[in-house]
Design a binder for this molecule. Structure first.
Ligand SMILES: C[S@@+](CC[C@H](N)C(=O)[O-])C[C@H]1O[C@@H](n2cnc3c(N)ncnc32)[C@H](O)[C@@H]1O
Length: 212
């Protein structure tokens, strides 16, 4: 099904254009944020949706810089509007396929993957953001000790992701099959998380690190 483009998107993108990064070249991360923020940690979110999570993180942690990746222009334009006034968040309207071309090696401190599309059919599994092909790209850009934080309500995707991470020789430092009951403190909910947890779905989370 082809989705109709929203008429309001170009206006939103134009209004928030200073918040968007150029995804055609290696990012000059220091140049993206105000000068006194150059030594801040860098966290990125892939598949950020309408931006509730990343903008809440940015507001709560003014000493961390954030870049949110989202391939859908209509959706990321809505996320960017939420960031108005926040100096420490930027947006990348591109597919995460190219993420390893945008960052220098060992330059990112943390990657958030929240409620990534499950791509249920086995023949689609290479599109899952926790497929080993993506893990390889994340390994390149993450600093030694850098973490992947992955949340989902989708049990088959969670199990697939744990196996991919284990086979990639990653350390799984925290694993929750019911995050909201096991470790609800300091959890920032995403749009999908609010929706699915309200329906009673348990939320799964893993924090994983590469051994490098
Ligand atoms: C199910 S939604 C979840 C949105 C948000 N993270 C949340 O939890 O509410 C997944 C989002 O990831 C985006 N996405 C999926 N694959 C992507 C990719 N390869 N690169 C960038 N964005 C992607 C989709 O466009 C969609 O907006």
């Amino acid at each position: 099904m082809r989705l109709r483009k929203k008429k309001s998107t170009p206006g939103r993108l134009e209004m928030m254009k200073d918040y968007f990064v150029d995804t055609n070249q290696l990012l000059d991360v220091n140049g993206l944020f105000p000068n006194n923020q150059n030594d801040y940690l860098l966290h990125i979110e892939i598949g950020a949706g309408k931006g509730k999570f990343i903008t809440a993180c940015a507001a709560q942690n003014p000493d961390i810089n954030y870049i949110a990746f989202e391939k859908n222009a209509d959706i990321i334009s809505m996320a960017a509007i939420k960031a108005a006034g926040l100096p420490n968040v930027r947006f990348a309207n591109t597919d995460a396929e190219v993420i390893h071309t945008l960052f220098k090696e060992n330059s990112v401190d943390r990657i958030y993957l929240n409620f990534s599309d499950p791509w249920k059919k086995s023949k689609q599994k290479k599109r899952r953001l926790t497929h080993r092909n993506f893990l390889e790209k994340y390994q390149t850009i993450l600093k030694p000790g850098g973490e992947i934080h992955f949340k989902t309500d989708n049990r088959p995707l969670f199990e697939f992701s744990l196996l991919e991470m284990a086979e990639f020789n990653m350390t799984l430092s925290e694993v929750y099959f019911d995050l909201h009951n096991q470790n609800p403190q300091n959890n920032i909910m995403t749009e999908y998380e609010e929706k699915f947890s309200a329906l009673g779905a348990p939320i799964h989370k893993v924090i994983a690190k590469f051994k490098k």
